[in-house]
Design a protein around this ligand. Structure first.
Ligand code: COA
Length: 213
C-alpha cells in the first residue's frame, strides 16, 4: 500500500486527495494517510483526512510514507520552489500522482513529485518536471516541456514544443502557441493566449496576451 501524505491542504491539496481517491477506486493500492499543514492543528480534519503535523515534520514519518507537495499560490511560485527545496525531501520519498483517466504517450517522462489530474492528455515527447502540476483537462502537445515547479491550469493547452520554464504558472484555459517559451515564475492569466515568449517573473493577460507587469 502506498501511504501518501500531502503537504498542504485546501486548494491543490484537495486536488491531490481527489486523484489519490480515484487511483484507489481504479484498483491501485494507494491511500491518503493525511496532511502536513502549518495552519491547522494535529488531528484537525481536511475533508475527512487528518492533519498529522506541520510541513517540516515530514522527517518524523517513517519510510512507509511518501509525500506529495502542494502549497501552490498564484504569484508565489518562486517562494514555493525555494520552500519546497528547503524541505530536502529525497526523490524516493516523492510520489507521482497520475489520474487513471489521463492519456499519456509511452515515451512521456514524468519526474517525482508531479501531479497529473483527470482527463489530461500528454502527447509523445512530453517532459514533466519535479513538483510540476497539470490540472484537469489540460493538453500537452508533442515535445512540450514543463520544467520543475511549473503549473498548467485546468483546460490549459501547451501547443507542440512549447515550454513552461521553472515555476511558470499557466492559468485555466490559457494557451501557449507552438514552440514558445513561458519565462520562469511568470504568470499567464486565466484565458490568456500567449503569442510570444514571456520574460521571467512577468504577468500576461488577454487574447492576444499582453504583458501587464
Ligand atoms: C493574472 C491574475 C493573477 C491577475 O490577478 P490580479 O493582479 O489580482 O488582477 P485583478 O483581479 O486586480 O484585475 C486587474 C485587472 O485585470 C483584469 N483581469 C484580471 N484577470 C484577467 C484575466 N484572466 N483576463 C483578462 N483580464 C483580467 C481585471 O478585470 C482588472 O481589470 P480592470 O482594472 O479594468 O478592472 C488573475 O486574474 C488570474 O488569472 N489568476 C489565475 C487563476 C488561476 O490560475 N488559478 C489557479 C488554477 S485554477
Amino acid at each position: 500500500m502506498i501511504n501518501v501524505v500531502v503537504l498542504g491542504g485546501h486548494g491543490d491539496g484537495l486536488v491531490a486527495a481527489g486523484v489519490i481517491h480515484d487511483m484507489a477506486q481504479a484498483g491501485i493500492a494507494i491511500r491518503l494517510a493525511g496532511y502536513l499543514n502549518d495552519a491547522l492543528s494535529v488531528g484537525e480534519l481536511i475533508h475527512g483526512a487528518p492533519v498529522l503535523g506541520g510541513t517540516r515534520d515530514w522527517r518524523s514519518l517513517d519510510d512507509s510514507h511518501v509525500f506529495h507537495v502542494c502549497l501552490h499560490k498564484v504569484g508565489q511560485m518562486r517562494q514555493r520552489s525555494e520552500l519546497i527545496e528547503s524541505f530536502a525531501i529525497p526523490d524516493e520519498r516523492l510520489v507521482r500522482l497520475i489520474h487513471p483517466t489521463a492519456t499519456i504517450a509511452p515515451d512521456v517522462i514524468i519526474q517525482p513529485g508531479a501531479l497529473i489530474a483527470s482527463h489530461v492528455t500528454c502527447q509523445p515527447g512530453t517532459k514533466i518536471g519535479r513538483y510540476a502540476t497539470v490540472r484537469a483537462g489540460a493538453n500537452l502537445g508533442h515535445d512540450t516541456v514543463m520544467e520543475d515547479f511549473a503549473y498548467l491550469g485546468p483546460n490549459a493547452t501547451l501547443c507542440g514544443c512549447a515550454r513552461l520554464l521553472r515555476g511558470a504558472h499557466a492559468g485555466p484555459n490559457s494557451v501557449v502557441i507552438d514552440g514558445l517559451q513561458v519565462g520562469a515564475f511568470s504568470v499567464l492569466a486565466a484565458g490568456a493566449a500567449v503569442m510570444r515568449n514571456t520574460e521571467t517573473d512577468s504577468v500576461w493577460m488577454g487574447n492576444p496576451a499582453r504583458c501587464v507587469r
